[in-house]
Ligand binder design. Structure first.
Ligand SMILES: Nc1ncnc2c1ncn2[C@@H]1O[C@H](COP(=O)(O)OP(=O)(O)OP(=O)(O)O)[C@@H](O)[C@H]1O
Length: 308
């Protein structure tokens, strides 16, 4: 969002809404805040996903509260906030990964491509192909580098390989080779592995494994990539490669990244959402605005390290 627009929108909101006053406690201090100007859940750009009134419960624990937030396409959205504030829970809502957690209950909606992904009958395999995920710990399959990438497309019948395919006369080795090379190039890994595509992926370094996982996520041709602290298990050089990669990927894909590293969010993201304890989205705006001139005192305290 450009800051002029933000100001204009805030002014409009000021006249339209009655200011809601919240009393909050950070580091034991009470802070009075008005919550009208900075709870805007829109930023500049065409939204590709849009959460509305999203609430998540784990049993009786209300982990995410009334989250409404649009995610613009082909950009990097960072989710930051202290441990346990609900960043990963929110991220998992975007491709229904919380469905895999027995205790989790989701209310509200997430629109993707004009459809609420929580409506009955949603094809979850298709959804997760289009909204891919990369986790904190690199988790390649214990298979060859090539197979890590080709596995998904083979499984979904997009590539036919092997004896049966050859017998039927439709072995698609060239198509597979092209896919493997494209994904590895996109993940900035091709030059490092092109001569050992049949080696086991577990022999790669941690940073290479994580880039392989990104390449694997790209193989299903997603539109959105969700990344949950993708560099937190890596050394600084590997981290810097992942950060460069995220910025490059955002030219073609929409990236939503959870990070506990505020400098990283400031470096790589276009917009930043700040979640705070209790599962609230406290502020969402252009990254520069969040880090240089946040509207909320709580966000300022968090950014300046007064609490974590
Ligand atoms: N599988 C689960 N079962 C029960 N409670 C959970 C589960 N996952 C998360 N929670 C709870 O939901 C809340 C939000 O957790 P979440 O992992 O989304 O936060 P986070 O901001 O990503 O934290 P961190 O930065 O430490 O990863 C926490 O209170 C957490 O204990």
């Amino acid at each position: 969002m450009n800051i002029d627009t933000a100001t204009e929108e805030s002014q409009t909101t000021d006249t339209d809404q009655t200011a809601e006053t919240a009393t909050v406690t950070t580091s034991g201090e009470s802070v009075e805040e008005t919550r009208d100007a900075w709870t805007d859940y829109r930023v500049a750009g065409t939204p590709i996903m849009s959460a509305e009134d999203l609430n998540v419960y784990y049993g009786d624990d209300h982990a995410l509260k009334d989250i409404s937030m649009e995610i613009p396409e082909k950009s990097v959205t960072a989710l930051i906030g202290p441990s346990g504030c609900g960043k990963s829970t929110y991220l998992r809502c975007l491709n229904r990964m919380n469905d895999r957690i027995k205790a989790a209950r989701v209310e509200g909606s997430v629109e993707f491509d004009g459809q609420n992904i929580y409506q009955p009958g949603t094809n979850l395999v298709e959804l997760r192909k289009r909204v891919g995920m990369v986790f904190q710990e690199p988790n390649p399959f214990p298979k060859s580098i090539r197979d890590n990438i080709a596995y998904g497309p083979r499984k979904h019948g997009e590539i036919n390989r092997g004896l049966v395919a050859r017998m039927l006369g439709r072995d698609e080795k060239d198509k597979e080779d092209e896919l493997v090379e494209r994904c590895l190039r996109q993940a900035a890994l091709w030059d490092e592995v092109k001569d050992r595509l049949d080696d086991n992926a577990l022999g790669l370094s941690g940073g290479q494994q994580q880039r392989l996982c990104i390449a694997r996520a790209l193989a299903t041709d997603p539109e959105v990539l969700l990344m949950d602290e993708p560099a937190s298990a890596l050394d600084p050089i590997a981290t810097s490669k992942i950060e460069d990669l995220i910025e490059e990927l955002a030219e073609d894909y929409t990236v939503v990244v959870v990070t506990h590293n505020m400098q990283q969010a400031a470096r790589i993201s276009d917009q930043t959402a700040v979640f705070l304890t209790g599962g609230e989205l406290v502020e969402y705006d252009d990254t520069e605005k969040i880090f240089e001139n946040p509207e909320s005192q709580r966000v300022e305290d968090y950014i300046t390290g007064k609490f974590g």
